[in-house]
Design a protein around this ligand. Structure first.
Ligand code: BTN
Length: 241
């Protein structure tokens, strides 16, 4: 089945859809795929964390050729499209982006994204969405929720179809428009945050992002550009998340 230019491959059980996408990338040039699995036995998250893959939730990886120089546009378009899908189900949903590419619904995480470089010019965009269930583990960094918990009746199939359509539109937008839309939909721009990077902690004001989707942090020592890390909102009622 082809949806918005993506050939959709649906598998029952895999380790990680990102790994399947990487295998395709190594074998075939010029594919544009969305690889979805009903179950992942070794789902991976950012920064070496695992991604719990609960029944009914959505796990997929998009694979397509894309210039690394435009990575910022890709990050912004891919995460904004998740917000757009949630709003397509519920226009007044309290859905917000959290840098670099998490999506929060009512202040808790519903979606995460793992971007990886594939062979040749391929990029792999792996996305997990909590449709019916939210993972609960004692060592979790953030509170989580699901669309179902927020009263949004979606299925993984329908969410994926909507997502691919909206992503195909957003990816053609210029970096400046994507950035503006990203900032309009982001949580706590202008507020105090803490950024953790490999055990190093920095505090400052979240000034926003630039066209490369890097985080701009204003600290006492000046303005810093942050390329990777985990963000915590300080002074937030939600335990700093
Ligand atoms: C994160 O928030 O840490 C990113 C989570 C990304 C999870 C998705 S599920 C589909 C794809 N396959 C994986 O192994 N990871 C991504």
């Amino acid at each position: 089945m082809v949806v918005s230019g993506f050939e959709v491959i649906c598998l029952e059980e895999v380790g990680s859809t990102n790994d399947i996408a990487a295998e395709y990338a190594a074998k075939y040039p010029e594919h544009k795929l969305a690889i979805r699995a009903r179950r992942q036995t070794a789902g991976r998250g950012r920064r070496g964390r695992s991604w719990q893959s609960l029944d009914g939730n959505l796990f997929f990886s998009m694979l397509f050729e894309f210039s690394l120089r435009d990575l910022g546009r890709l990050i912004m378009a891919a995460s904004l499209s998740l917000v757009d899908v949630v709003k397509a189900y519920k226009p007044d949903a309290d859905v917000r982006l959290k840098w670099p590419n998490d999506v929060l619904l009512n202040g808790s995480k519903i979606s995460g994204m793992l971007l990886e470089k594939g062979a040749g010019n391929y990029m792999i965009v792996g996305i997990g969405v909590n449709i019916t269930q939210s993972p609960q583990m004692s060592d979790m960094l953030y509170p989580t929720t699901s669309l179902a918990q927020a009263g949004i009746a979606a299925t993984a199939d329908d969410f994926l179809q909507k997502y691919l359509g909206l992503f195909a539109k957003n990816i053609d937008l210029a970096a400046a428009s994507l950035r503006q839309r990203w900032l309009e939909n982001a949580k706590n721009v202008g507020a105090k945050i803490k950024v953790l990077q490999n055990g190093k902690e920095q505090r400052g004001i979240f000034e926003g992002i630039d066209d490369d989707a890097d985080l701009i942090l204003r600290t006492d020592g000046g303005v810093q550009k942050i390329l990777a890390g985990d963000v915590f909102y300080l002074g937030d009622e939600n335990g700093g998340f």
